[in-house]
Ligand binder design. Structure first.
Ligand SMILES: Cc1ncc(COP(=O)(O)O)c(C=O)c1O
Length: 501
């Protein structure tokens, strides 16, 4: 840290505590840009010496800065100015906020989780958004959906405006049940629970099947939401790597030799973030193992129908409905904002989920349910998919091509058959937080690799999404990323002060 926060004139007997003064001075230096993203703060010991305070006061000040979103601590490495603007994370501006930072229980979100939260907030137009795997709202059939909403209000006001059952509206469960039968993931409407997005489906299903301390095998990398839901449950996560053939069953078998697992969580098709499918022989072996070793399987199908290449993967549930629970939504194929998802499960799991659903939010909004019931019955869904898939394919190709030409020598990347993402790993390790800070400066967002890993000790990767930007912006985004990587390498070599000047 080249800039020195002034500490000689702290008011020892003033009305504001020394901790608050330290917090205010570091926050002001960060706000003013005197301390830039990624810069390392003095150790708590050296801050304690410089400020003439005890070590605990220095540590408390850093903790409050972290809680307020200014800095982030990395075990063994130190405390760093966060890559992302603090305003978005909640400022310590008023006494009330400072009070809360002090009294709330310790909460240290991981760097990846913070980055995800920032990316989930509406991006500014100057930043090229390669972070979130969201469907592009510009491609959603707004007029058709608006007409269905008007129809729903006119024809089914009770369903739209009144409370309904936690399992979901009968018309939607029927429509989903028919799809489930056709695609293999459900036997009929009685196996369906409508949820508020697949996110809630994952949470409810995990809650129904897993209890604290259970061993759960999970793909790594995977969807951060799934990993966080498992962390919330205090499950023991057993990471299983993913390669071109999907989940590595050899590693799963080695895990099974040592652990009794309750559940395996996977995405068998167009996996987030690699974009790979589960190979048929692996699918078969997983089903055999689930039956032999009596564990449950949770399959997440949200990207399964967003396929550019290759044949559809049969859902695991088609061959083992008692062992497998399936989660899906219309978020990726149609519109994430409707928050409309579902779970397919046998009655024992379904009943547990329905009870939890009632406690969580009573039921998914009737308007979204009515719209989707009508949308699915209209037969327009397939036509919409056929219209939008080529757009996403073109974006995927633009991203892969740009990565090859801008960063080909530096990285390895997956070649997704579907979904919204490319998983990138660096041939040479790179400081994840420094790179993220440089990328933010350049104006490009992405998800740091550690956010997608069940075992985040390996951090030399990142997830790029090609879903919401047009090809020219994707190309520009990769050019910015390449510049950010060059600057990061320079800074890693000790050129930080040169770059700032
Ligand atoms: C693999 C996976 N599952 C589930 C979800 C959550 O989907 P939804 O928006 O329907 O909650 C996502 C969203 O990014 C995802 O990538």
């Amino acid at each position: 840290m080249s800039y020195k926060v002034p500490l000689s004139d702290l008011e020892r007997d003033g009305p504001t505590s020394i901790t608050q003064q330290l917090v205010a001075r570091f926050a002001a230096a960060i706000d003013a840009g005197d301390l830039g993203p990624g810069e390392k703060l003095p150790t708590t010991r050296s801050l304690a010496t410089d400020a003439g305070v005890n070590h605990l006061t220095a540590a408390r000040a850093y903790r409050q800065l972290a809680d307020a979103g200014y800095v982030t601590a990395r075990v063994g490495a130190g405390t760093f100015v966060r890559a992302l603007p603090p305003g978005a994370a909640g400022d310590v501006e008023s006494d009330d906020d400072a009070f809360q930072a002090l009294v709330l229980p310790e909460h240290r979100p991981s760097f990846g989780a913070q980055a995800m939260l920032e990316a989930a907030r509406a991006p500014d137009d100057d930043t090229i958004a390669l972070a979130m795997g969201w469907s592009d709202a510009r491609l959603a059939p707004a007029e058709e959906l608006a007409a269905l909403a008007a129809e729903a209000f006119a024809e089914a006001p009770d369903e739209v405006l009144g409370y309904t059952s936690p399992e979901g509206l009968p018309s939607l469960r029927r429509a989903l049940g028919e799809r489930g039968v056709a695609e293999g993931w459900a036997a009929g409407p009685e196996e369906i629970l409508v949820t508020t997005g697949a996110t809630q489906g994952l949470h409810l299903a995990l809650r129904a099947m897993v209890e604290r301390g259970d061993a759960v095998a999970v793909e790594s990398p995977s969807f951060l939401g799934t990993l966080d839901a498992l962390r919330d449950l205090d499950a023991r996560m057993l990471p299983v790597p993913v390669d071109e053939g999907g989940l590595n069953v050899g590693v799963l078998e080695r895990q099974l030799a040592r652990h009794e697992i309750r559940l395996l969580v996977l995405q068998p098709a167009c996996h987030n973030p690699t974009g790979y499918d589960l190979a048929p022989e692996r699918r078969q072996r997983i089903l055999e193992l689930a039956k032999e070793r009596s564990f449950l399987v949770l399959e997440d199908l949200v990207y399964a129908n967003l396929r550019f290449d290759g044949a559809a993967v049969t859902p695991l549930r088609a061959d083992a409905p008692s062992h497998v629970v399936s989660v899906d939504s219309v978020s990726k194929t149609l519109a994430g904002g409707l928050r409309l998802g579902w779970v397919a499960a046998r009655p024992p799991v379904l009943a547990r989920m329905a009870a939890r659903k009632l406690r969580a939010d009573m039921h998914t909004p009737g308007l979204s349910q009515e719209i989707i019931a009508r949308w699915l019955a209209s037969g327009l869904h397939e036509a919409h998919l056929a219209r939008t898939l080529p757009v996403y394919r073109e974006r995927r190709d633009a991203l892969l091509e740009a990565l090859r030409s801008e960063l080909g020598k530096e990285i390895r990347m997956t070649n997704p058959v579907g979904g919204h993402h490319v998983w990138v790993t660096f041939r040479r390790p790179v400081d994840e937080q420094l790179l993220h800070a440089e990328a933010a400066r350049e104006g490009v967002s992405y998800l740091p690799g550690s956010a997608a890993l069940a075992d985040p000790t390996v951090t030399s990767g990142l997830r790029l999404s090609f879903a919401v930007e047009d090809p020219p912006r994707i190309r520009e985004g990769v050019a910015r990323l390449a510049r950010a990587l060059r600057r990061t390498r320079e800074r890693e070599l000790g050129g930080a002060s040169l770059l700032r000047s």
